[in-house]
Design a protein around this ligand. Structure first.
Ligand code: HEM
Length: 416
């Protein structure tokens, strides 16, 4: 797929560069002549949208950092200063704060697309694992960013989350102390979180380069999940994929702008407009919406499992729920990639989506009464999906007949 390069340097500068640093060839092969399956649907534009969001977050973040003070006595006021006194500061802050949510919306669509169409299967296992690493880094960046305004949710969120580490025997306590830079969340915590929050997006950018490199070696999957067999199955990346990616980027930006201009605080929490106060605990400590399913899994473990007490059990379940996704390429035993041809998988997949959404809702509610029971059922399904259903389905499911080629399927559809 990465195949033979069709680039020929024409102008003098291109020829000069070609001998010294063939970067124009690289860009041409990756962004112009790159063969793209001709049947990609709009779900394949989310990789591009994610790349755009990463750039928006880095650029807006750098500008915010010019005005932000990472000191626990000044942080809250410096953010208010950005909102009121810095020219366009309110806009830059709302772009960045809502951008985090948009980034997660896009990544969840991107991940579910990969899950539905079996994009993680051979030969795209490493591409998928790099994606899981990116997702973990995104979670770390989002968490540390939320601490920076030093509001009530920042402070208490940081306290609750870093406290999880103390559940780990022996090394847990020292890890927590190292993480927060002392025995309680304080100025040292804020400083190191700011430093790391600035760093992590650049690490993400590095892993994204590997992600796209791996993609270009193995080639894109497509809604049929069958391999590209001839040139007829593909179209050149430019203009076909670039124009489609461009259109969906603009549509996504409109959706994003609606939040920024009309509902800039809808996805945040009002308590974060109250300065951090270590002496007053908020009524409900809730993380940002994109962590809620994992928060529900954490709180679902209310019982001891042998020597593992419920606190450690919850922490293991929460980290386990993400770690298990890294093994997906080897857990799913089906030879057929796309969910379109897998009737039983499709049911299991939509139940999985429903369970995660319900877990998200439960994560936002107080953990009492039936909420705990529902969270336990959904958590059990979450793990069963990866550890039992996907391994077993490959053996018992009878997939529908696959088309012979992408072009044959496209032409058959266009006849109707
Ligand atoms: C900053 C975050 C990310 C960026 C910028 C990014 C970028 C991209 C791009 C540009 C593509 C090709 C276009 C497309 O298929 O949409 C792609 C494909 C892919 N990504 Fe990501 N990605 C990110 C996160 C993730 C995550 C978190 C996962 C999974 C856990 C993942 C898994 C995949 C897979 C499996 C493909 C191949 C899809 C296919 O060809 O069917 N990516 N990514």
């Amino acid at each position: 797929m990465s195949g033979h390069s069709t680039y020929e340097p024409k102008s003098g500068i291109e020829k000069w560069l070609e001998k010294r640093l063939p970067i124009v060839r690289l860009l041409h092969d990756a962004g112009v002549s790159y063969p793209t399956p001709r049947n990609l649907n709009p779900l394949w534009t989310f990789g591009g949208i994610l790349a755009m969001m990463l750039v928006i977050q880095i650029v807006s973040g750098i500008v915010l950092a010019m005005h932000y003070a990472s000191n626990s006595a000044l942080a809250f006021d410096s953010v208010e200063g950005i909102m009121r006194d810095v020219n366009w500061g309110w806009l830059i802050r709302y772009i960045h704060a809502n951008g985090a949510s948009m980034f997660f919306i896009a990544v969840y669509i991107h991940i579910l697309r990969g899950l539905y169409y079996g994009s993680y299967k051979e030969p795209r296992e490493l591409l998928w694992v790099l994606g899981v690493i990116i997702y973990l880094l995104m979670m770390a960046a989002g968490f540390m960013g939320y601490v920076l305004p030093w509001g009530q949710m920042s402070f208490w969120g940081a306290t609750v989350i870093t406290n999880f580490f103390t559940a780990i025997p022996v090394i847990g306590q020292p890890i927590q102390t190292l993480l927060i830079g002392g025995f309680a969340v304080d100025n040292a915590t804020l400083n190191r979180f700011f430093s790391l929050h600035y760093l992590v997006p650049f690490i993400i950018a590095g892993v994204v380069v590997l992600h796209i490199w791996a993609l270009h070696v193995v080639g894109q999957n497509n809604p049929l999940g069958i391999d590209v067999k001839s040139e007829k199955d593909t179209v050149p990346f430019t203009p076909y994929a670039t124009s489609k990616d461009g259109l969906f980027m603009v549509l996504f930006l409109v959706f994003y702008a609606w939040f920024v201009f009309y509902q800039p605080n809808y996805l945040g929490h009002p308590d974060n407009y109250t300065p951090a106060n270590p002496l007053v605990t908020p009524a409900h400590i809730v993380p940002e919406w994109y962590y809620l399913p994992f928060y529900a899994i954490l709180r679902a473990i209310t019982f001891n499992i042998g020597p593992i007490d419920s606190k450690l059990g919850g922490v293991l379940a929460m980290f386990g729920s993400i770690a298990v996704t890294a093994f997906l390429p080897w857990l799913d035993t089906s030879k057929v990639r796309s969910g379109r041809f897998r009737p039983l998988f499709r049911i299991a997949f939509w139940l999985f989506v429903a369970a995660v959404l319900f877990l998200g809702y439960l994560g936002s509610q107080p953990a009492d009464g039936n909420a705990v029971l529902y969270a336990q059922v959904c958590t059990a399904y979450y793990f069963a999906f990866f550890l039992i259903i996907l391994p077993v389905l490959g053996f018992i499911e009878k997939p529908k007949a696959l088309p012979n080629s992408i072009i044959e399927d496209v032409l058959a559809k266009s006849k109707h």
